[in-house]
Unconditional design. Structure first.
Length: 342
């Protein structure tokens, strides 16, 4: 069995992300190394797929999905930890999609002011992105991921066996994040075995997180393709999955960089080819007006930066945030983008 290992280098908070088949069976070694006497296993997978930590444990069944990514669920998890008698020296295990690792990660960060958490991400998106880097969060009615903490896991086990039961659309969703890695430093991953694509995407994220754990600068490049991606998710009432929005947003980022004279025509074309090559959508969905997308992007940015459209774009110095992109350029590129059914 081939196991790949990526180190997230964060000093005394460093940890390993391991990628390969059957890795859930190595959880007891990780728990033993942590010295945990008891473990709460928050699992969104069925019992036969829920990992055994090898010590006294409480399994808390969870549901993946945004509807349980709430403070109420985090409180419920903490109450069950307390009823079980979880205390310092113990640990939490999170097994599920990114919604489950985010919520259980936040519960671990808060309970007793922080217990070690081991992530076993079960979706492709969670393996390449959500479980690595230490951001945890839950949603509020006012918006997604508004309440959270930085809480690095003690270890991440990307057991590729989990992906065998993943629906096709969720596989595609994860590829949206892998495709954008092509342009932010991972190089060409097309045609490689899936485990290698996961490892390369994780290695890229690990290197960026190690340089900028708390999102002060470099970590922004991870948002490649995300500005339009987020607007598309919202404009379609989340009918488009996150990775699909990022895919279309990546094609758009290439075209916008071309429009601004930052990259040449062949690099623009490469964006579409790479995204299409992963079986991802490249065209704007039907029925979403360009004006609405610009409004959504402007709103999104205003909240964060106080005005001006900023995009993470490719260019002569590589990928970097580009502030004050003129709105007419954005509108022109959107108007020229191919459309579904058009
Ligand atoms: N913390 C971070 O840095 C970070 C980064 C990216 C995304 N996220 C968060 O991650 C979440 C998205 O993650 P996601 O796409 O995994 O969503 P998810 O947790 O909702 O899972 C997606 C779907 O896949 C199903 N699923 C998961 N594993 C499965 C398996 N092995 N077999 C069959 N079905 C399975 C789930 O039941 C669900 O229907 C979002 O809430 C996002 O905010 C966090
Ligand atoms: Zn993303």
């Amino acid at each position: 069995m081939t196991v790949r290992e990526v180190e997230v280098a964060l000093g005394e908070r460093s940890y390993a992300v391991r990628i390969g088949p059957g890795l859930r069976h190595t959880l007891p070694e990780i728990v033993a190394r942590l010295g945990a006497r008891r473990v709460a296993v928050v699992s969104a997978r069925p019992p036969e797929w829920t990992p055994d930590p090898g010590v006294e444990s409480l399994v808390i069944p969870a549901r993946d999905g945004e509807r349980d990514k709430t403070l109420a669920w985090v409180e419920e998890l903490c109450r069950r930890f307390a009823d079980f008698g979880l205390a310092r020296g113990d640990a939490v295990v999170a097994c599920g999609g990114g919604t489950t690792t985010d919520a259980a990660g936040l519960a671990a960060a808060l309970y007793h002011r922080g217990l070690p958490v081991v992530h076993l991400p079960t979706s492709l998106l969670a393996q390449v992105d959500a479980s690595v880097g230490g951001k945890t969060a839950v949603n509020l009615p006012q918006g997604k991921n508004l309440v959270g903490a930085y809480w690095q896991p003690a270890a991440v086990l990307c057991d590729t066996d989990y992906l065998r039961t993943l629906p096709d659309r969720e596989v595609t969703n994860g590829y949206g994040e892998i495709a954008r890695c092509h342009f932010i430093g991972a190089g060409d991953l097309r045609g490689l075995p899936l485990a290698e694509q996961i490892a390369a995407s994780v290695a890229l994220k690990a290197s960026i997180v190690a340089a900028d754990e708390r999102d002060a600068g470099r970590r922004h490049v991870l948002n490649y393709g995300h500005t339009l991606g987020h607007a598309l998710e919202r404009a379609t009432g989340f009918r488009l999955r996150h990775g699909e929005g990022v895919a279309i947003g990546t094609v758009f980022a290439g075209r916008l960089a071309g429009e601004l004279g930052r990259i040449g025509a062949s690099r623009v074309a490469e964006h579409r080819e790479v995204v299409a090559g992963y079986g991802l959508p490249t065209r704007l969905p039907a029925g979403v007006a360009a004006g609405e997308l610009v409004d959504l992007m402007r709103l999104d940015k205003k909240r964060r930066t106080g005005g001006g459209l900023t995009f993470v774009l490719d260019g002569p110095r590589g990928v970097e945030p580009v502030p004050d992109v003129p709105e007419h350029a954005v509108s022109a590129v959107l108007a020229a983008m191919p459309r579904e059914g058009g």
